[in-house]
Structure formats: structure tokens, C-alpha cells
Design a protein around this ligand. Structure first.
Ligand SMILES: *[C@@H]1O[C@H](CO)[C@@H](O)[C@H](O)[C@H]1NC(C)=O
Ligand SMILES: *[C@@H]1O[C@H](CO)[C@@H](O)[C@H](O)[C@H]1NC(C)=O
Ligand SMILES: *[C@@H]1O[C@H](CO)[C@@H](O)[C@H](O)[C@H]1NC(C)=O
Ligand SMILES: *[C@@H]1O[C@H](CO)[C@@H](O)[C@H](O)[C@H]1NC(C)=O
Ligand SMILES: *[C@@H]1O[C@H](CO)[C@@H](O)[C@H](O)[C@H]1NC(C)=O
Ligand SMILES: *[C@@H]1O[C@H](CO)[C@@H](O)[C@H](O)[C@H]1NC(C)=O
Ligand SMILES: *[C@@H]1O[C@H](CO)[C@@H](O)[C@H](O)[C@H]1NC(C)=O
Ligand SMILES: *[C@@H]1O[C@H](CO)[C@@H](O)[C@H](O)[C@H]1NC(C)=O
Ligand SMILES: *[C@@H]1O[C@H](CO)[C@@H](O)[C@H](O)[C@H]1NC(C)=O
Ligand SMILES: *[C@@H]1O[C@H](CO)[C@@H](O)[C@H](O)[C@H]1NC(C)=O
Length: 518
């Protein structure tokens, strides 16, 4: 049937023609004031790799890189210019030489772009924030010194901005956050990795932001948690990230007077001390609680078991003592539990895990190892993806063999017997296999390994070298009692793999013979 000639089709075509207006009227057109404001902002920063090359007068500013306009009014509503960097694997610092640098003229953006709601300048290399600027400077000459001429000084004021992300501008230091009170509408604020060492009044200033729901101040060199303050007025706060600071104090009183609707607290690596106060129980909606790497002490509180919606509980690397309370077995929403590297003692049994059916990551390494007393018929309610454990042996807990999804296994400082059943399970793992510094009674002859990262160093292993699949990238078998010839493993690598991925192999300090031949 020829549908194009049907009356319906013709009618439909006519309707389309009349409903859809001239496409040129649909095209979003840049507002000239917004365009000038963006150009002024561009002329005051340094753009070494011409990231903003699309920001030219010839183009519609709504099409410029990082700029989003409102789809009806065509006013600029979002500016999203995070620098993309790739973390180099063997160096600490990222290369940011191509990122935006110089000064951020914040008031220029927030005053001139009257409808801006979203500003993301994260991960660049800005060196300063400027508030005062001359409106009538010769911007096209790109003369930076005119920017500081104190002619008109429009003050920073925005009632529209909701999202401000200046994080990871590592060379940026801000001496005062007084200006925060001029952007009182902000709901999301991320100042992570900015040096705020000199702003000792940070809490009083952020707490004036009554709409703030997410605050990230990770690694800001904050030192004072304002412990003397009793109430902080963030009534809308849901997420608080103060990790990687140097507070060197107990959790402050103001924290426990926050709104009960808080869902996430991150205080990892922030030099906290003292016990965990029961007032934390105010926050029944907590999903995320991270206290890793502090100096917290006292017992792991039994009342932590009352957080019905808690998904992440990280208490690792602290000085908690006593046993792990069985009440933690009530945390039925938990996916991540880390209690490793504390000063714990006592018995761990299936009672600790009764309702943990969603658990994916368990870190329970302890030195010396905790005492395990699991029923040999116990089948855990969970299937783990990551396990970090230590145990006294001589046997591996039987429930270990029920786990079919482990991708990252860490066993350290343990003493146990590894039979065929153990190696069969371990052979199936494809991620990280770290069994270092153990005393393993086991024989690696004919064991085939398929994990990307393998570290079996200093674990008293016997037999011949294992076989390695093409998946393997890094292998450390040093300081064991392995014997036999190296050649089969090396030849295997050549024959098996058209493309071997192996980049690191250490078999030193064993009883091997043979060598590399062509
Ligand atoms: C404009 O954007 C909003 C969401 O921001 C969307 O709901 C709406 O449909 C869009 N309107 C047009 C005409 O595209
Ligand atoms: C920048 O402007 C100032 C003041 O208008 C002027 O003195 C200076 O020469 C200018 N510099 C350049 C590089 O144009
Ligand atoms: C913030 O607003 C006040 C009052 O409007 C003003 O005096 C002050 O200069 C503003 N701060 C900045 C950094 O512009
Ligand atoms: C919180 O608000 C109350 C009442 O508005 C005020 O008295 C108190 O000083 C505020 N606290 C802080 C830390 O801003
Ligand atoms: C907590 O936050 C909710 C929602 O933002 C708000 O309605 C409520 O008044 C706040 N409660 C307190 C005690 O501040
Ligand atoms: C939580 O666990 C403890 C001990 O395992 C138990 O006595 C208590 O009844 C449990 N509470 C709830 C609410 O399930
Ligand atoms: C470890 O815990 C024990 C009690 O279980 C205590 O006597 C000891 O002082 C604790 N050690 C540290 C370093 O906190
Ligand atoms: C190794 O793991 C990969 C998945 O990463 C899988 O495709 C392959 O079949 C495995 N090889 C062996 C020998 O088990
Ligand atoms: C080698 O392993 C033994 C235990 O098997 C350990 O005592 C020793 O410290 C290890 N040596 C090195 C250099 O790691
Ligand atoms: C390891 O196992 C192989 C084969 O199963 C056996 O021939 C060898 O003697 C064993 N080595 C040791 C040290 O037990």
C-alpha cells in the first residue's frame, strides 16, 4: 500500500507544517548582556590551551563551551567548565598546565549573569578569587591590571545561584569566606582542596547559608571545628564532608544539633579523637557514615546497630577497642562495613552478620587476628565483592567457600592451610588477589591464576611457580619457598598469549632455577 497518498498522511503533513514554526525562531539566541559578561570573565582569566576558543563574538554564546542557556528565555543559567585531567598512574600530581588559571572574577559572574544557577569551575588551576572589577574597562585589550582599578564596585550578590563548585583548584587559597553570605541561595557548595587555613571563622559563615543541603570542605586545611559553638544553623543540611582536615578534637556539640534529616557525614582522616557520642543517634536517616583514619577510641557503640537505612559504615584505622557488637548484625541496609585496623579483640561469629544481606564489602583485618567462631554450616546472607580479612587458622572459615563474587581479596598476617578447594576459588577471581605476609601451608604447582594484580609475597608458599593467564598484569611471588624452573612460566607467557599483559614479575628469594632463553 502506498501510504504517502493516503488522505490521513496528507492531513498529518499539513498539520505538521502549521504547528512547527519557522526553525530560526526556535534557535536559542544569546542575550547580549550575558555575552558581554562572559567575555569580560574570559578576558580576566588565563587560558593557556585556548579551552575557551569557542567563546568568540562570532558565535551565539549559548553554543559556547560550558555555557547553558534557559530554553525559553535564552538567559545563561549554567557555566560548567571543569578541567579534564587524567590521573597519571606513576605520579602524584596531575598535569594541569592546560587548565584555566589566573583569577576568577566571581562577582562579575554572579552579578552580571543575573540568571546563573549553576557554576562549576572545579579541577582548574585558578590562583585567586577577585570580587571587585571595573565595568567599563578595556576588556578587549586583555589588560589585567585594569581589572583592579577601583572605579565602580558592584558588590557580590546572587539570589539565584544554587550550585557552586570551586573544588580541586589546589593552588587557590581563600583568606575570607565573608562573601558566602552574599550568595544565600546556594544549596550545593564544594570548596574541597582549596586552602582555607586563614579562615578560622568558616563555620559561622557557612552556617548562614540557610538553603545549603550539601557542603564539601575536604582537605581545606581547616584546623578549628569551633567546638565552643553549640548550634549551627544549617537547617537544610543533608551531606557534610569535612574529611582530610586537621581538627585534632572531639566531635563538636553543634554537629548534634543539626537537622535530623542529615543523610551523610564524612569525617575521614580529620584527626578526630575521643569516643563516638550517642547523640549521633539523632540522625536516623544516615546512609553514609565515614570516620576512617582518625584517633577515635572507646568501644564500637552497640547503638550503631539502630541505623535502619545506613549503607556505608567506615570505622577503619582508629583505636576502637573491645569486641564488635552483635548489634551491627541488625544493619540490614549495609553494603560496606570497615572495622579493620583498630585495637579490637573478642569473638566474631555469624551473629555479627545476621541481617547483612546487602553487604558487598567487608574489611575486618585485625592484627593480631580476631577470633572467629562461625558455625561450620552457616551460609551468610551476603555475597561479597571485596574482603579484607585476617584469621588465626589453621582453617579458613567454611563460609568463605560460599562466596562466588569476590573480586578483591586481601588476606594478611594470617596462618592457614590452603588446599585444592582454596586455590580453585582463588583461580576464579579476576581483580586483586593480595595474600602477602602470611604463613600459608600451600602448594602452587599447577595452580592457574587469573587476577589482574597478584601479591603472594612472604607467605611461605611451596611447590612450583603457578600458571598465569593473559589477564595477569602484576605478580609478586617474592620471598617464598617456591622451587623448580622459571622457564615454563616465562614460555607459557609467550606461547599462551599473543598479547601478554604482564608488566611486573618478582620471583626473587625462592629456590628457583633455569632462566630466560630465546
Ligand atoms: C525546557 O526545559 C525544561 C527542563 O529544564 C523542560 O521541561 C521543557 O520541556 C523544555 N522546554 C522546551 C520548549 O524545550
Ligand atoms: C594596562 O592599563 C594600564 C592602566 O590603564 C596602563 O597603564 C598599562 O600600560 C596597560 N598595560 C598594557 C600591557 O596594556
Ligand atoms: C556582600 O553584600 C554586602 C551588602 O550588600 C556588601 O556590602 C558587600 O560588599 C558584599 N560582599 C562582596 C564580597 O561583594
Ligand atoms: C543560629 O541562629 C540563632 C537564632 O537565629 C542565633 O542566635 C545563633 O547565633 C546562630 N548561630 C550561629 C552559629 O550562627
Ligand atoms: C529540617 O529540615 C526540614 C526540611 O528542610 C525542615 O522542614 C525542618 O524545619 C528542619 N528541622 C529543623 C529542626 O531545623
Ligand atoms: C539488634 O541486635 C541485638 C543483638 O544482636 C538484639 O538483641 C536486638 O534485639 C536487635 N534489635 C533490633 C531492633 O533488631
Ligand atoms: C587496646 O585495648 C586494650 C583493651 O582491650 C587496652 O588495654 C589497650 O590500652 C589498647 N591499646 C591502645 C593502643 O589503645
Ligand atoms: C579469566 O578472566 C576473564 C575475565 O576477566 C575470563 O574471560 C577468562 O575466561 C578467565 N580465564 C580463565 C583461564 O579462567
Ligand atoms: C620473608 O618472609 C619471612 C617469613 O616467611 C619474613 O620473616 C621476612 O621478613 C620476609 N622478608 C622480607 C624481606 O620481606
Ligand atoms: C606440590 O605438588 C606437586 C604436584 O601435586 C608435588 O609433586 C610436589 O611434591 C608438591 N610440593 C611440595 C613441596 O609439597
Amino acid at each position: 500500500m502506498n501510504t504517502s497518498s493516503s488522505p490521513h498522511a496528507i492531513l498529518f503533513a499539513c498539520l505538521l507544517w502549521t504547528i512547527i514554526p519557522n526553525t530560526s525562531t526556535l534557535t536559542i539566541r544569546c542575550n547580549p548582556f550575558d555575552k558581554q559578561a562572559l567575555l569580560n570573565f574570559k578576558h580576566r582569566l588565563i587560558d593557556p590551551s585556548n579551552i575557551l576558543s569557542s567563546w568568540s563574538t562570532q558565535h551565539d554564546c549559548c553554543q559556547w563551551k560550558g555555557v547553558t542557556c534557559h530554553n525559553i528565555t535564552s538567559r545563561v543559567t549554567q557555566l560548567t567548565l571543569p578541567c579534564s585531567t587524567t590521573l597519571p598512574s606513576y605520579r602524584d600530581t596531575e598535569d594541569k598546565s592546560h587548565c584555566l588559571t589566573g583569577s576568577i572574577y566571581l562577582s562579575l559572574l554572579l552579578v552580571e549573569l543575573q540568571f546563573l544557577t549553576y557554576l562549576d569551575l572545579s579541577n582548574n588551576d585558578f590562583l585567586a578569587i577577585q570580587f571587585h572589577y571595573s565595568l567599563h574597562s578595556q576588556d578587549s585589550h586583555n589588560n589585567l591590571s585594569v581589572a583592579t582599578t577601583p572605579l565602580p564596585r558592584p558588590s557580590l550578590n546572587s539570589a539565584t545561584l544554587r550550585h557552586l563548585d570551586l573544588s580541586y583548584n589546589e593552588n587557590l587559597a581563600i583568606n575570607s569566606l565573608q562573601w558566602l553570605s552574599n550568595i544565600s541561595s546556594v544549596e550545593y557548595l564544594d570548596l574541597s582542596h582549596i586552602d582555607l587555613y586563614k579562615e578560622t571563622n568558616w563555620l559561622q559563615l557557612v552556617t548562614t547559608l540557610h538553603s545549603l543541603s550539601k557542603l564539601h570542605m575536604r582537605r581545606c586545611q581547616l584546623q578549628d571545628m569551633s567546638s565552643s559553638i553549640q548550634y549551627a544553623n544549617f537547617t537544610a543540611l543533608e551531606r557534610l564532608d569535612l574529611s582530610e582536615n586537621e581538627f585534632n578534637s572531639e566531635l563538636p556539640k553543634w554537629l548534634f544539633n543539626l537537622n535530623f534529616s542529615i543523610t551523610g557525614l564524612d569525617f575521614s582522616s580529620s584527626s578526630l579523637k575521643g569516643p563516638l557520642p550517642e547523640a549521633l543517634l539523632n540522625f536516623r536517616q544516615l546512609e553514609f557514615l565515614d570516620f576512617e583514619d582518625n584517633n577515635l577510641d572507646g568501644p564500637i557503640p552497640y547503638w550503631l546497630g539502630e541505623f535502619q537505612v545506613l549503607q556505608i559504615l567506615n570505622l577503619g584505622i582508629n583505636m576502637f577497642s573491645g569486641s564488635i557488637p552483635t548489634n551491627l548484625g541488625n544493619l540490614s541496609s549495609l553494603t560496606f562495613l570497615d572495622v579493620s585496623s583498630n585495637n579490637l579483640s573478642g569473638i566474631v561469629s555469624q551473629k555479627n552478620f545476621v541481617k547483612l544481606s546487602k553487604l558487598k564489602t567487608l574489611w575486618i583485618f585485625s592484627s593480631p587476628p580476631l577470633i572467629f567462631d562461625f558455625d561450620s554450616h552457616w551460609i551468610p546472607p551476603f555475597q561479597l565483592e571485596e574482603l579484607d580479612i585476617s584469621f588465626a587458622g589453621p582453617n579458613i572459615p567454611v563460609w568463605f567457600y560460599t562466596q562466588r563474587s569476590i573480586e578483591r581479596l586481601y588476606i594478611e598476617e594470617s596462618s592457614f592451610e590452603a588446599k585444592r578447594k582454596f586455590w580453585n576459588l582463588v583461580s576464579r577471581m579476576t581483580g586483586v588477589l593480595s595474600l602477602r605476609s602470611n604463613s600459608i601451608d600451600g602448594n602452587l604447582t599447577n595452580v592457574l591464576l587469573n587476577a589482574t594484580f597478584i601479591d603472594f609475597s612472604s607467605s611461605a608458599l611451596k611447590g612450583n611457580l603457578p600458571r598465569l593467564s593473559p589477564n595477569v598484569v602484576i605478580v609478586d611471588l617474592a620471598n617464598n619457598s617456591l622451587s623448580g624452573n622459571v622457564s615454563p612460566l616465562l614460555c607459557d607467557q609467550k606461547i599462551l598469549n599473543e598479547k601478554t599483559n604482564l608488566v611486573y614479575l618478582d620471583v626473587s628469594v625462592n629456590h628457583l632455577c633455569g632462566g630466560v632463553t630465546n
